[in-house]
Design a protein around this ligand. Structure first.
Ligand code: ADP
Length: 266
């Protein structure tokens, strides 16, 4: 059996709680309920699941979902090696056999026929049929499925099937409130308080531009990146250009609007 030590989280990942999410997750884990973390990109969902895996003492297997992902990428496949064809468990099967938390990040990116492989694992059957191998794997008692979902990207073409959605308890996530977000920026980037507070104000201003040209405002992740550049000696206006303005939009008017907002905040 593959050793899951590499998937264990030895040191507590810093996670600043924003509400009752830690208790809710623990309650859901008690019955191994599948959990959906719902919120915009870069607001702490991945960090939260890492923190919870550490808290619960479970290995964490993360899969970043994408549109070319097939069910075999999750479940496993036969591969040819020196001894002939050998079965290799995919990340989901590994988690199911050994009782890890399997985190399917950005699940809507995967095709719907791929996501249905989790159906038999997310109801009371808790089994994973490996059709190609003619085997049915019974989930380890500690196994749990967690998915992330960004409602901002939702479209008719790219959404979870109703039958998939209804298997999950959902915990809502959003950017932390100003004081909390400043604490995160200080802690993650070693920023001083005034820089962190200025970046948080910039984040809030950019989020106000959502829907007015911007699909999403600057995430907490972007603010941390800007603070890391500042800590490395880059002047704050330039750090914000590189970490926030240029990645977020290609539209010159919007870049000007954001730059103006940044200048007003620093
Ligand atoms: P998501 O999975 O929602 O896209 P992440 O969990 O990767 O976002 O968060 C991006 C970064 O923002 C993290 O690496 C961390 O530095 C920071 N972050 C966001 N929210 C928190 C939080 N509540 N506690 C600690 N760090 C956070």
């Amino acid at each position: 059996m593959t050793n899951l030590d590499a998937y264990r989280i030895a040191k507590e990942p810093f996670y600043r709680s924003v509400g009752g999410e830690v208790g809710l997750f623990e309650a859901a884990y008690r019955s191994r309920m599948p959990v959906m973390l719902k919120g915009p990109t870069g607001c702490g969902k991945t960090r939260f699941v890492e923190h919870m895996a550490w808290r619960l003492g479970r290995p964490l297997i993360t899969v970043s979902c994408h549109e070319d992902m097939t069910a075999s990428d999750l479940v496993g496949r036969y591969l040819l090696d020196a001894e002939g064809t050998v079965w290799h468990d995919g990340p989901l099967t590994l988690a199911v056999r050994q009782g890890a938390i399997c985190y399917l990040d950005e699940i809507v990116e995967a095709r719907q026929d791929t996501t249905v492989v989790i159906h038999s694992l997310t109801d009371d059957r808790r089994i994973l049929p490996l059709e190609k191998k003619n085997e049915v794997v019974k989930a380890h008692p500690d196994f749990q499925v967690v998915i992330s979902y960004n409602p901002g990207y939702q479209s008719v073409l790219k959404d979870l099937k109703e039958s998939t959605k209804q298997r999950f308890a959902a915990i809502p996530f959003d950017y932390p409130e100003a004081a909390g977000e400043a604490e995160i920026v200080m802690r993650e980037a070693g920023a001083d308080k005034s820089t962190a507070e200025a970046l948080v104000r910039i984040g809030a201003r950019s989020r106000n531009l959502k829907g007015r040209g911007l699909d999403e405002g600057a995430s907490t992740r972007m603010l941390v990146n800007a603070a890391l550049l500042v800590a490395a000696g880059v002047p704050i206006m330039e750090a914000c250009q590189v970490a926030l303005v240029i990645p977020i939009t290609d539209d010159d008017d919007l870049r000007d609007a954001l730059t103006g907002a940044i200048a007003a905040c620093v």
